[in-house]
Design a protein around this ligand. Sequence first.
Ligand code: FAD
Ligand code: SF4
Length: 472
Amino acid sequence: MSDVFQFMKLSRNPGDKVEASVRKIEFKEIYQPLHAVDAADQAGRCLSCGNPYCEWQCPVHNYIPNWLKLVEEGRLFEAAELSHQTNSLPEICGRVCPQDRLCEGACTLNQGGFGAVSIGSIEKYITDEAFKAGWRPDMSKVVWTDKTVGVIGAGPAGLACADVLVRNGVKAVVYDRYEEIGGLLTFGIPEFKLEKDVIRRRRAILEGMGVEFVLNTEIGKDVSIETLLEKHDAIFMGMGAYKFMKGGFPGEDSPGVLEALPYLINNVRQSMGTLPGDETHISMKGKRVLVLGGGDTAMDCNRTAIRQGAKRVICAYRRDEGNMPGSKREVANAKEEGVEFLWNRQPVAIEPMIGGTLAVKLAETRLGAPDAKGRCNAELVHGSGEIIEFDHVIVAFGFQVEAADWFERQGITVASNGRTLVSGAMGKRYQTDNSRVFAGGDMVRGADLVVRAVFEGRQAADEMLDFLSQPR
Ligand code: FAD
Ligand code: SF4
């Protein structure tokens, strides 16, 4: 591969033009991959609209029509290079983004009723195939500086931040309390949506680029934040949102009632062979399972329980189907796999029964007045309800952000809902009130999407590069 991009400006903002960056590419190799016909056919459907709505609906503002054109022409390596110019984890976003709500929902063909170009699949295809064919991010022009950044959290926000930093010659050391990188990519999203090999491959790529991972290390417990601040010029925090939201009804703490995330993590660790010795694998084989919630986490629990061989899986949600927060594709998948849905139902009590089963009282709800965000509240229909017996209940009501105990000591402030406050000291969008500490992803936005965490990690890295270049 010959000349490459200028990597100094990696994130893309509305209004940035694509032409300048594309012209910088001068590749000698043109790779015609196997099985390229389908991808090229799909890519060829793109109308190259004058104002590509897909790009602006994509949170990282991918150069979608441009890389579709490169795929159509069989110029895979160039497509991979361009795709990485805006997205640090394109093969992962291509797999897990709710495209129906983002790029593909905005595709002009979709608006016209012709079916969107399968943008997500092509994005995944580009990187998968390019990696297979030996393409790697080109670091040959990187001039290493003496600056180092400590990144807390190896989730998508932290990985994206580290990616941009090393491409600009800043050493990135990523610390995570888990045994593997990925955050919720590894320990939340199940294997059937995102193969763990894909994350292991990305780890090898990042390590090859110079990112260092320090795993099984919790900041605040195994290593203090003060040590990290001494060691590094600046810190990026991408620590996620992990505080479990409870339903607040009687019997919620009964044996057999499980929190969604520990259930999913237990299953991932079982399949990775890293389940701690003192933990037993939770299997729903032959069990009657109730999943409470209507988001993507609930869908992942439904589909995991089905795969474990549950006898019956019912998912109860307090609003109607049209008002579910989860991706429509995920609900459709769950239905297809045999999950039964009870709409407009809310748990009001769980009673443990002799023999270890659970009697769950589900009351009916109806949609009431809209809240400040325009979403209708679910109101209980008094006197309604039925009692159903289950072996397990999995509660998936979502997650909130929790501040670490060292935030206060380091002058990092949080909002009343726990989210880390940014746009701090020097007017930077991702800088906390401690000028050497930046933050992004779920811990700033609240529980959200992989692609938005990637975007924030990249944006924060751009700001940190600017911060590190200032005399101090
Ligand atoms: P995380 O991915 O949560 O990563 C944070 C990392 O920080 C973790 O690895 C954690 O161990 C580490 N950490 C925290 N504190 C410390 C500390 N003190 N020291 C060291 N390490 C620390 N989004 C989608 O777009 N598509 C989906 O299909 C999808 N499915 C989901 C399914 C589930 C079950 C869940 C829970 C979420 C899903 N999401 C999905 C949301 C998505 O995973 C998150 O929005 C995204 O991972 C947030 O990235 P992050 O980097 O901010 O945080
Ligand atoms: Fe679509 Fe997500 Fe890829 Fe953007 S990152 S093009 S939203 S799949």
